[in-house]
Design a protein. Structure first.
Length: 65
């Protein structure tokens, strides 16, 4: 997914592994969110930490099997 960074006007490309994509899709359907909304959370976390581990994201709280 690509998104514009408002701070420096660069385009950001977010790459999500297939395993994590499935977790994000499951979270989206569970919470009734669109994938774009979930990816916005991922991008927001990335700007805070510069590293996103889907399983550790506090806002998502995805349980791994």
């Amino acid at each position: 997914m690509q998104r514009r960074d408002p701070q420096n006007e660069k385009t950001i490309c977010v790459v999500v592994k297939a395993q994590n994509w499935n977790k994000l899709k499951a979270y989206a359907s569970l919470k009734g969110l669109k994938m774009r909304e979930v990816l916005d959370i991922v991008i927001e976390e990335f700007f805070k930490n510069r590293d996103v581990r889907v399983s550790e994201m506090p806002k998502l709280k995805i349980k791994s099997n």
